[in-house]
Design a protein around this ligand. Structure first.
Ligand SMILES: Cc1cc2nc3c(=O)[nH]c(=O)nc-3n(C[C@H](O)[C@H](O)[C@H](O)COP(=O)(O)OP(=O)(O)OC[C@H]3O[C@@H](n4cnc5c(N)ncnc54)[C@H](O)[C@@H]3O)c2cc1C
Length: 150
């Protein structure tokens, strides 16, 4: 069944637009909890952007809580125990994580692809490659599930 058909047939509980870090992780978490999730992404090829290639310790902990920590494997990831800030006047400060915590530096595109694959591996998570040009207005979610789109 086509993406829009699935949605209008009422086979979807949650629509997520964008399968970046946030959308993919959210899709995985919701589908794991039994929600029927539909992810709409304009480009499912491996992103080639120099963004988001570092996750602080807090992010790594959250990733593990979601069961997604293995997505960092194979993305050329490096464990980071502390980092340094260089001030305008040239002074340096070292910032360390608590002893049992670490951050990870990695290749953004490979990390995102792993998140997408992991989300797509769940039966309740479907993904479609398309930009969201669809404007969906749900008039009555509880009774009619009637939708308008343009
Ligand atoms: C230069 C730079 C460096 C950064 N470095 C870091 C860093 O080291 N650590 C860090 O935590 N954060 C960093 N960030 C911020 C980082 O970009 C975000 O933390 C992270 O990518 C946000 O994830 P996201 O899922 O919200 O958005 P994105 O990763 O941008 O994902 C959005 C997704 O939505 C899709 N999309 C967008 N519009 C549509 C549409 N209309 N229809 C369908 N799909 C659509 C896109 O294709 C994309 O896949 C950096 C940002 C920049 C600009």
């Amino acid at each position: 069944m086509e993406c829009a058909d699935q949605i209008f047939a009422g086979n979807t509980d949650v629509i997520i637009v964008g399968a970046g870090v946030a959308g993919s992780a959210l899709a995985y978490a919701l589908a794991k909890d039994g929600w029927r999730v539909h992810v709409i992404e304009r480009d499912l090829t491996e992103p080639d952007r120099i963004v988001g290639e570092f996750l602080h310790a807090g992010g790594c902990i959250k990733l593990a809580e979601l069961g997604l920590e293995d997505c960092l494997d194979g993305s050329d990831s490096q464990t980071v125990f502390s980092f340094a800030a260089v001030h305008k006047d040239g002074k340096r400060s070292a910032i360390s994580y608590p002893s049992n915590a670490s951050g990870r530096g990695f290749h953004y595109g490979r990390f995102v692809q792993k998140l997408r694959e992991k989300a797509a591996s769940l039966p309740k998570c479907l993904s479609s490659k398309r930009p969201i040009l669809l404007w969906i207005r749900i008039r009555d979610v509880t009774n009619q599930r009637s939708c308008e789109h343009a």
